[in-house]
Design a protein around this ligand. Structure first.
Ligand SMILES: C[S@@+](CC[C@H](N)C(=O)[O-])C[C@H]1O[C@@H](n2cnc3c(N)ncnc32)[C@H](O)[C@@H]1O
Ligand SMILES: [Zn+2]
Ligand SMILES: [Zn+2]
Ligand SMILES: [Zn+2]
Length: 268
């Protein structure tokens, strides 16, 4: 394995003794063929380097640029509104780390995030202490990478024991065809992303982001400008290209368009 050696900057910690991981990890879970396939992917490197000597900001010039931009009057790089799945530049690329505008998620979660006791949800949530611009990167939803069978097993246990469910399924589609499924469970090991609750009218959304591994990171981005002290949420059922599914219990989001239920899990 020859992963890029960029230091991911993440000083957050859990309020309890849970294991904090900076990015998603693969733990031995079963000896199925699916697990072998997942391990192969986890240990392989994306060979998609660019040869740019510029800022990699245009997709016509950089093979994987064009999804991030500096908005007018904005100082931070944000995800474009109708972006495609992101492939960031990495250490194998020709471009310079200082001038490249196709690197964001690889530097780690944004600062000024806070885990708090959410009065709306009656459990923990994640909020920001400063304003965030639309498209701004929040953090990765990181945890253990699971095979579908292991995820089903854990979901069943969570449901039977009435435990909180943290399993997230990211289905990537090109038009109607499902391309890749990524399943992350931060219940035992995870990062700050595990505290994001579901809302039927969310202020964040997810995007698949690849850096040097074919398995995407689940990136959380601001869906609109977010004000200081707002709780951040995303729709567990996803929209458009991605679908992320948890299990269907009563939704507490209190949004005017709340459907009353959290999205149902469907792992095929
Ligand atoms: C990824 S965790 C979010 C963080 C969680 N609140 C905590 O205290 O750790 C997902 C769990 O939070 C709760 N949750 C998240 N969004 C919810 C919602 N809209 N309505 C009810 N419960 C929700 C559910 O128990 C769900 O299984
Ligand atoms: Zn480039
Ligand atoms: Zn670049
Ligand atoms: Zn709701």
């Amino acid at each position: 394995m020859n992963r890029s050696e960029i230091a991911l900057n993440d000083d957050y910690e859990h309020p309890d003794s849970l294991e904090y991981v900076l990015e998603s990890v693969l733990m031995p879970s079963d000896d199925s063929l699916d697990f072998e396939r997942l391990a192969d992917e986890y240990n392989s490197v994306l060979l998609n380097q660019c040869q740019c000597n510029g800022a990699c900001e245009k997709s016509e010039i950089c093979p994987h640029g064009g999804q991030y931009e500096y908005p007018k009057d904005g100082i931070e790089l944000v995800l474009k509104k109708f972006s495609n799945p992101v492939i960031e530049c990495n250490d194998l690329c020709k471009c310079s780390r200082n001038s490249c505008s196709n690197r964001l998620v690889q530097y780690g979660p944004r600062k000024n995030l806070e885990i708090f006791d959410s009065p709306v949800y009656g459990s923990k949530g994640l909020r920001t202490t400063i304003n965030i611009p639309e498209g701004g990167y929040i953090c990765e939803y990181a945890g253990e990478l699971l095979t579908a069978s292991e995820a089903k097993r854990r979901l069943k246990i969570n449901e039977e024991l009435g435990l909180m469910n943290y399993v997230l399924v990211l289905n990537e589609y090109t038009s109607e065809t499902k391309q890749q499924v990524t399943i992350v469970d931060p219940s035992r090991r995870g990062n700050i992303g595990r505290y994001l609750n579901h809302s039927c009218q969310p202020n964040c959304h997810i995007a698949a982001v690849r850096i040097d591994c074919p398995i995407p990171k689940i990136g959380i981005f601001a869906a609109r400008d977010i004000l200081a002290q707002e709780e951040m949420c995303f729709h567990y059922g996803g929209e458009g290209q991605y679908k992320t599914l948890a299990y269907g219990k009563t939704c507490l989001c209190a949004a005017p368009n709340c459907t009353g239920f959290m999205p149902n899990t469907a792992i095929e």
